[in-house]
Write a protein that binds this ligand. Structure first.
Ligand code: FES
Length: 153
């Protein structure tokens, strides 16, 4: 390319080169802006599972008899129940059907998933509705003022 052609294409003009650089970097930034979320969606980052096997789910005085409480166990919800008989029970609150969060139903003394009317008994067994498996059960015990829930090894 001779000097006349370079001048015609603006390649020797520093102002033009600067504009081309800005436009090019803007295009790259735009493409990255669109691609990054798509790639993050397709390849999600690993969420580290909590390494803690135990958590304080509640204070003993917090739950009356025949009540339940959702608490966070690692990265997932869990359900603590203080039964009518005074027992402490804990389960994963993630429904085994399609992962909705279950809840304690005090009037029926069971665990209910509102998404598709799935029902579990107080042993975590799936007793009606679409859930295919029991809830994962955790150990719950009183330690001083706290109710400690422990994941089985
Ligand atoms: S997600 Fe719980 S019954 Fe469907």
């Amino acid at each position: 390319m001779n000097d006349a052609n370079q001048a015609a294409y603006g390649q020797t003009d520093p102002g033009r080169r600067w504009v081309n650089l800005l436009l090019g970097s803007g295009l790259v930034a735009s493409i990255a802006t669109f691609l990054y979320p798509a790639i993050r969606y397709i390849i999600p980052t690993e969420v580290a599972e909590s390494t803690s096997r135990s958590v304080v789910a509640a204070k003993v005085t917090e739950l009356k008899l025949n009540t339940g409480k959702i608490f966070k166990f690692g990265s997932k919800p869990a359900l603590l129940i203080h039964s009518v008989a005074g027992d402490w029970k804990a389960f994963s609150a993630v429904c085994t059907h399609l992962n909705c969060t279950v809840q304690y139903r005090a009037d029926r003394h069971d665990i209910w998933c509102a998404c598709h009317n799935g029902v579990y008994d107080l042993s975590g067994r799936n007793v009606s509705g679409p859930p295919p498996r029991p809830l994962e059960e955790f150990e719950a015990h009183v330690q001083g003022e706290d109710v400690v829930v422990t994941r089985n090894a």
